[in-house]
Design a protein around this ligand. Sequence first.
Ligand code: F6P
Length: 321
Amino acid sequence: MKKIAVLTSGGDAPGMNAAIRAVVRTSHTRGLEVLGIRRGYTGMMDKDVTILGPRDVANTIQRGGTILLTARSHRFRSPEGRAIAAQNLREWGVEGLVVIGGDGSFHGAHYLQTEQNIPVIGLPGTIDNDLYGTDYTIGYDTAVMTALDAIDKLRDTGASHERIFVVEVMGRHAGHIALDVAVAGGAEEVLIPEDPLAIEQVVASVKSGLERGKSSSIVVVAEGVEGGAEAVRKAIVEATGLEARTTILGHIQRGGSPSARDRVLASRLGEAAVNALIDRVSGVMCGLVNNNVTFTALPDTWEKRKDVNRDLYNCAKTLSI
Ligand code: F6P
């Protein structure tokens, strides 16, 4: 094996640059050339590539976003698009590909491998933490810290105005971010898609908290919950007659300098991915389970759903009295 390629795809996540850096530097050490593909699969089809050496990734480990840029490509969802992409990879002499992204990106990688016989390894790069086969995804820890910082600030205002704040956090269809920030931020209630509590139940709980002497409340809502934070806020206002505000944290959760945990995770997985490709491993995601590097078949990463930690969910309920 002489040359591999790396790309980032889907939503950016803090730590993607640390993963690219690890792929590039491990490859260099092991005598491989690395082609950086810009804008994900779009760049693979449009021939938007750049050679990456160890110095090209200097000073990137602390940077959020992705130096390779990212995109969600509709064209790549067709076998025709993937055939063009695979033809380009062959033309460039690429013998293996590292895809850093979430489940959408992994679907693409899986088809590239099964239809076009391109060796691929996936690295879990998404703030959502919704991939089976790794305890944490690259970017998750930083996103939780960012959301928590915002919630701490909202709590100051909530307490000062004796007001209710309903905060919506990202996570697409998963409640991992919501649950972690709810526990860490001492939220009164948390709503996650994995356990769709009736809004009335949450409203009743907030009301009863106020009756027990709470003067303000934070309710965390995962974006995947039907109606989102605004529906919850309206129901609370109707039931209590009190002032409540909605804050949607949105894309602020995707940016920023990666945490130490995300940098370490990305570095370990980037190194492991290159070593795996050299060992002719393919069609898997490289993750970290109980602090050990593991490999999971790509379809399992999205088919076997990673549940939220139910103990933590119960803990959130117990501690919010
Ligand atoms: O997958 C990461 C994520 O930030 C999700 O949490 C969110 O649902 C989605 O991407 C938003 O996508 P976009 O950046 O295309 O609006």
